[in-house]
Ligand binder design. Structure first.
Ligand code: ATP
Ligand code: MG
Length: 430
């Protein structure tokens, strides 16, 4: 990727323009971190860039950005610019192209993001980004108070970078963040969510949550969030969240939802305010639904397998599997525990352990996990009972599904129809 990016840079220079690598690439190179993408800044105007390269995508012409496709990669080339007139504490409407790279670096958020590198690998660092990185410090470029005032999203980026890169927020930057926290209400929820997602995916999501809580930043979102994360004080942050980083990123939000004790409906509401996709809404609510279902079921040792299997039917396979994977962090050293099989009730620790230890086996035992897996359908039942359709039919099919899923009934047409006939007669008696 570096080679292909260098070819783009050289091409710009040979056409008489200035060009540098900028942003996260320099930061991650200095830190020996894996590089995700390489961005370039150039004195070339977008129209020059478009004319110069055979394959380009006009990604953000208004802001001076063109993506150059080269060597199988896409590189964003952005014209040196400053930003004018920050409107309502958001990204500016207008940008002004400039001819000097230092002017371009000055508009960037943090010193470590305001470095550039030339073709020969020499680093331009007018704001001391390297020094700050070596000292483990995250600092705004210029006057922090002004920078957060210009663009309130930078405050949440500040917390993301501090957590992800293990940096201390420089005291002046931190007090400016606290002083401007209220301005977050001018930022679209979508952009807040996108930064929150990057924090949660990052290397230290727990630290990100600590900083969010400590700063009280989330009390100021545009749409008021009604979840514990907004109200917690530092001491209230549940210790289980320290394990977030051990979970794959897609499960971390589920653990957070559980730690906040959200109901499925409440979670859906907050997720919607944060503009998560419909699929994410469904995922968190199925997970919490499954959890709540297990919690409120009878915890008789002999019944847990059936309880679990019925849960799979109601809430779906994904809910059950994500539950098993996510909830394991509450029991980091899972050991077989002694449970008296005649006991009427198990306490939470006990039944959770039993389910975590056996859930996958129970799951695999299920030859039927949904209506479609049954070897009969409604038509078959109507034919064998000679009755007309009605609500009773759904009840009979669901009963059969439950019994088949719990291996009380073989999933063969004859056995199922026999049982259907029995149940239909019972229905008639009701
Ligand atoms: P990541 O590796 O997480 O993508 P990044 O540094 O590349 O980190 P981006 O959001 O992709 O972050 O932004 C690219 C660069 O643009 C940043 O390094 C920074 O210089 C600048 N930048 C991005 N957002 C802002 C902002 N809100 N205010 C000022 N500068 C910004
Ligand atoms: Mg980036």
């Amino acid at each position: 990727m570096k080679k292909a990016a260098t070819a783009v840079l050289t091409c710009l220079e040979e056409a008489g323009h200035k060009a540098f690598f900028v942003g996260g690439f320099i930061r991650d190179t200095v830190l020996n971190r894996p590089v995700k993408d390489i961005d370039l800044a150039s004195s070339a105007r977008p129209e020059d860039v478009i004319a110069l390269f055979p394959k380009v995508i006009p990604t953000g012409l208004k802001h001076g950005t063109v993506t150059v496709l080269s060597g199988g990669f896409g590189f964003e080339v952005t014209t040196f610019r400053t930003e004018l007139e920050y409107e309502n504490f958001r990204r500016p409407r207008e940008v002004v192209f400039v001819s000097d790279i230092t002017e371009d670096l000055r508009r960037r958020d943090f010193t470590m993001n305001a470095m550039a590198m030339d073709r020969k690998g020499r680093i331009l660092d007018p704001f001391g980004g390297r020094h700050d990185l070596e000292a483990g410090v995250l600092r705004c470029v210029g006057e922090a108070d002004l920078r957060f005032h210009e663009d309130a999203l930078r405050m949440i980026r500040c917390i993301r970078f501090a957590a992800d890169y293990g940096l201390e927020i420089e005291p002046n930057t931190w007090s400016a963040l606290l002083a401007n926290a209220k301005l977050l209400r001018h930022v679209a929820m979508e952009r807040v969510r996108s930064e929150l997602e990057r924090m949660m995916k990052g290397s230290n999501p727990y630290r990100a949550l600590l900083l969010l809580v400590d700063s009280r930043l989330l009390r100021n979102t545009k749409e008021k969030l009604n979840w514990a994360l907004t109200d917690w004080i530092l001491m209230e942050l549940p210790p289980v969240l320290k394990h977030l980083e051990t979970l794959p990123p897609e499960l971390r939000w589920l653990l957070l939802a559980k730690a906040m004790k959200l109901t499925p409906i409440a979670a859906e509401r907050e997720w919607k305010l944060l503009t998560f996709s419909q699929a994410e809404l469904k995922r968190v609510s199925a997970f919490l639904g499954f959890d709540h279902y297990l919690e409120s079921a009878e915890h008789h040792p002999m019944e847990m397998a059936d309880v679990f299997k019925k849960g799979v039917l109601y809430y779906g396979e994904e809910a059950a599997l994500t539950w098993l994977e996510t909830m394991a962090v509450f029991h980091s050293d899972l050991n077989e525990i002694a449970v008296d099989s005649t006991a009427v009730h198990m306490h939470t620790e006990q039944w959770e352990t039993v389910v975590l230890l056996n859930g996958l086996t129970w799951f695999k035992e299920m030859t039927v996990k949904g209506m479609d897996d049954l070897k009969i359908n409604g038509q078959d039942v109507l034919a064998v009972t000679l009755r007309s359709s009605g609500p009773w039919l759904g009840r009979v099919l669901r009963q059969i599904l439950g019994e088949a899923a719990c291996n009380k009934l073989t999933n063969e047409k004859e056995a199922l129809l026999h049982r259907a006939a029995e149940l239909a007669i019972e229905e008639e008696k009701l």
